[in-house]
Design a protein around this ligand. Structure first.
Ligand code: 4NP
Length: 155
């Protein structure tokens, strides 16, 4: 089993989308996907209704996800940890215990050579079009990531 964790700040807007999108592209018997926030503001909460709406209109149900905070043991549980932006990355790295932990953490858009700006912008104070933009960025990145993880170029 290969395990992948998507991380943003609140775990209600971006990382739930990344979680649902990547999960939809990978065989669940071989891959475990989860998400977390670096902050504890939304522990136990459902994803933001705008993330739920945008995912649903793309055939993905993220409504059952529940917010949780990133924890140090996630470095042991997960093979890959993807941050949505540099601030999330820095907050995760602050908790790393060693170079192995650090080596697991990347920006999610680093997997997508076609985008120059490696930040997935925080849509929390935006409108539905900002969530659609986030979905589009994450859908492209997760398509590429799923191909890399499965070694399947037709995926
Ligand atoms: P996320 O967006 O990190 O993509 O889940 C945010 C959600 C909530 C807050 C900030 C960002 N907040 O300040 O509550």
């Amino acid at each position: 089993m290969t395990s992948i964790l998507m991380v943003c700040l609140g775990n209600i807007c971006r990382s739930p989308l990344a979680h649902g999108i990547l999960e939809s592209k990978l065989p669940q018997e071989l891959f475990y996907v989860d998400s977390a926030g670096t902050a504890n503001y939304h522990v136990g909460d459902s994803p933001d209704h705008r993330s739920i709406t945008v995912a649903k209109s793309n055939g993905i149900d993220i409504s059952k996800q529940q917010g949780r905070q990133f924890k140090i043991s996630d470095f042991d549980t997960f093979d890959y940890i993807f941050a949505m932006d540099q601030s999330n990355y820095d907050n995760i790295i602050k908790l790393a215990r060693n170079t192995s932990d650090i080596g697991k953490v990347k920006l999610i858009l680093e997997v997508d050579d076609s985008v120059n700006d490696k930040r997935v912008p925080d849509p929390y104070y935006g409108d539905i079009s900002d969530f659609e933009h986030v979905f589009s960025l994450l859908n492209s990145a997760c398509t590429k990531l799923s191909k890399t993880l499965t070694g399947n170029s037709s995926n």
